[in-house]
Design a protein around this ligand. Structure first.
Ligand code: GP9
Ligand code: MN
Length: 710
């Protein structure tokens, strides 16, 4: 004891004491207040060590203060500030299941996400633990039980501490990158950065990033907006009168098929269809489907797809637009347009945690009125896989919330089960479905989860038909991006009856096709499979035109797929592109018919150069629009800027019911229209987990996405 107190009486001893205490407090927070979802020894190891280097680095600043009357206050000040940061994050996390960004702290972001009075009610008895050490140390100092050491630490030693902490931090970062490649460039969930690098590093990283964004945004001017507008005005394609308004006034039900590629459609393995239900829709007389429709996502994967579909602007060249800019970006997207132009109520149903891809903030800026995330569903036991609630349960358990929404509604269901690594519990596997035997488990499992997703859709559609909801809805179905990455396409080749040795970059590009279908039941049986080339940015104008809503006034990079003036040059995020005749991949032009490098005529060459220029222009203008937040300067007719402070995603059902009550017999919800009777019993599912009253811990791991899922 004596030895210890002697040690603490030295400056280095006191420094080490504070570092160790802060380390313990952080670990306590990691394991009680936060859910960081560490998995496996390696991740736990990183979690255990990550508070040390950065804390030591920060606290080592005190060593540069030679006089005791500066050293001690500076060190204690740093410790108190650091504890405060940790503690504010804890309280914030209890309310938002997320970490505080610089924007939320400084209130720069208009998102009403700062700590409110109610957050202070979120304090907990064990919170004392976070402050107790500081109180005790201060008392001991006052009682002169801890003595100030007059001997300053030499500058050399101080520097040694700083550089050693920095080196350790570098090792920490390298471990993080090993476990989660592109940790800092992709930034899909703040939780990941905290898990690997700790809160201080996350805050520092966020500060640098937001500074960069702020600079860019502050210097932006209206003339830059005009440049973008000039382009989109010229690029605009007028609607096809034959299609315009054919779904006017209908509900919109968007179904996001996770990682679902077009090759699954009509695909048979071992003589059985992988997705018999989707195939029947695809060929249905009321379905308008596309077979040359490509995803255009970058590193933001799902969130990039969502951004393109909701706003008709591209994702960013790096990282996810949702995660990096989404918290305070100005959007003029589908939920707000539909609400303001045609009185639509909007909602998202998704069985993962709300913070993933920063959805909890972005959806408010998009104007989504409801967000039914994992917290609205029972995800315990075997009801969820890695990314959340299993699809059959998502659809089934959403009805309880869907039926109280006012119609017309714009709703989006984001599925998750068909996500890498495509693992599915045996109880969910169809015993009659025999998958491939390629020797590559990703490929073999992919067909199994796609088959499961197909079954879940069949169940959902049965409900739509039973309740008659299908007749006044347009159901838009799309695949967000590839499921099998390029590195595994050779293994897939055999399943596609292709020779893996002949597989080329051209083939990889062709596999980026994903489904897009508009199912409009009872619309006259004029559906069909359309062959025009298009991509995810084209969806919003197409959908709006089907609903009879003009788009000329908006800044949108895509064009209506049904329009006679639709542009068929499909840009990928890396500036590659495909057209109906050629594919430009890494600067090499392939002939789509032969799959071989094209021999071009001078005219074709010129045409393709023009196409490339178009691709470059639209991508860079879209980037400038979003990075500089230029839409804040743009006020299209009848569009009221979305104020995120007006949105709050708690108590969704209660809010729906209040509106129903207020509207009385004017209420248009499914529930009201059904004579105030629930339609939940109209839904039937064969999901085995339904009635499992499992007490297992939550299986959503918000972690460990794939290593190959680049
Ligand atoms: C998670 C889900 C998956 O909520 O949307 O996102 P992804 O990994 O496909 O980008
Ligand atoms: Mn996805």
């Amino acid at each position: 004891m004596k030895k210890l107190s002697k040690f603490v009486d030295t400056r280095i001893g006191f420094f080490i004491l504070l570092v160790v205490l802060f380390w313990l407090k952080t670990l306590f927070a990691y394991f009680t207040d936060f859910k960081l979802g560490a998995e496996g020894i390696f991740q736990y190891l990183i979690l255990l060590i990550n508070p040390v280097p950065i804390t030591a680095l920060i606290y080592s600043i005190a060593f540069y203060f030679k006089r005791a009357r500066f050293f001690y206050p500076v060190l204690m000040g740093l410790d108190i500030a650091n504890t405060l940061l940790l503690y504010l994050n804890i309280i914030y996390y209890r309310e938002f299941t997320d970490f505080m960004t610089i924007a939320t702290m400084t209130g720069y972001s208009k998102v009403n996400q700062g700590l409110s009075g109610s957050s202070l009610a979120l304090t907990n008895v064990h919170d004392l633990f976070y402050w107790l050490d500081i109180v005790i140390i201060l008392i001991l100092m006052l009682m002169r039980k801890i003595h100030f050491d007059p001997r300053a630490v030499s500058s050399k030693l101080a520097f040694a501490f700083t550089s050693m902490s920095l080196t350790l931090f570098g090792i920490n970062l390298a471990f993080g990158e090993m476990s989660r490649p592109q940790l800092l460039t992709r930034t899909f969930d703040r939780t990941y950065i905290v898990k690997y690098l700790g809160i201080d590093a996350f805050t520092g990283y966020d500060a640098v990033k937001s500074q960069h964004i702020n600079n860019m945004r502050q210097s932006a001017t209206k003339s830059e907006l005009l440049k973008v507008k000039k382009f989109t005005d010229k690029h605009y394609a007028a609607p096809n009168p034959k299609m315009y308004g054919i779904a006017k006034g209908r509900n919109v039900i968007v179904i996001h098929l996770e990682s679902f590629q077009q090759f699954l459609i009509d695909k048979k393995v071992n003589g059985q269809e992988v997705t018999p239900f989707l195939n029947s829709l695809y060929h249905g007389k009321d379905t308008y489907a596309f077979d040359n429709f490509f995803h255009q996502v970058g590193q933001g994967k799902t969130s990039d797809a969502e951004n393109m579909l909701e706003t008709s602007t591209f994702g960013l060249p790096q990282g996810s637009l949702f995660a990096t800019l989404g918290s305070d970006n100005t959007f003029q997207g589908a939920p707000a347009i539909l609400n303001q132009r045609a009185g639509y109520t909007s909602a998202v149903f998704h069985g993962n945690v709300a913070s993933f891809w920063n959805r909890n903030n972005v959806y408010k800026n998009l104007g989504y009125q409801y967000f039914f995330d994992a917290s609205y569903f029972d995800t315990s036991g075997d009801k969820a896989t890695g990314y959340g609630l299993k699809d059959k349960l998502l659809f089934k358990n959403s009805i309880n919330y869907l039926q109280n929404l006012q119609q017309p509604f714009y709703t989006k269901f984001i599925t998750v089960t068909n996500h890498f690594p495509y693992s599915l519990d045996d109880e969910d596997k169809d015993p009659n479905f025999q998958t491939t035997n390629t020797g590559n488990t990703t490929v073999d499992n992919y067909f199994v989860t796609a088959h499961y997703l197909d079954q879940s859709l069949a169940e959902f559609f049965a409900y739509l038909q039973k309740t008659g909801l299908d007749k006044n809805s347009v159901i838009m179905i799309y695949g967000d991006h590839y499921g099998i990455s390029n590195s595994e396409n050779k293994a897939l080749a055999t399943a596609l009856d292709r020779n893996p040795d002949d597989w080329t970059d051209f083939d990889n590009a062709q596999l980026q096709r994903v489904p897009l279908m508009f199912v409009i039941p009872g619309s006259g049986g004029r559906g069909g499979i359309y062959h025009q080339y298009g991509g995810e940015v084209d969806v919003l104008p197409t959908l709006l035109h089907l609903l009879g809503i003009s788009t000329k006034r908006y800044i949108q990079f895509g064009t209506d797929l049904f329009s006679n003036h639709h542009s068929q040059v499909v840009a990928f995020r890396n500036r590659d592109f495909v057209t109906p005749h050629f594919s430009s991949i890494s600067g090499i032009i392939y002939n789509n018919k032969t799959g071989k490098v094209a021999k071009l005529t001078a005219k074709q060459k010129k045409r393709l150069e023009k196409d490339q220029k178009l691709v470059n222009t639209e991508l860079s203008l879209s980037d400038s629009l979003n990075e500089k937040n230029l839409l804040r300067f743009y006020h299209p007719k009848g569009f009221k800027k979305v104020n995120p402070a007006n949105y709050n995603y708690s108590n969704g059902l209660k809010r729906e019911k209040q509106i129903e009550k207020k509207l009385g017999n004017k209420s248009t919800s499914i529930f009201s229209k059904n004579g105030n009777r629930s339609t939940v019993d109209d839904y039937s599912t064969d999901a085995p987990e339904q009635n499992h009253s499992s007490t297992d811990s939550n299986r959503i791991k918000i972690t460990n996405p794939d290593a190959n899922n680049k």
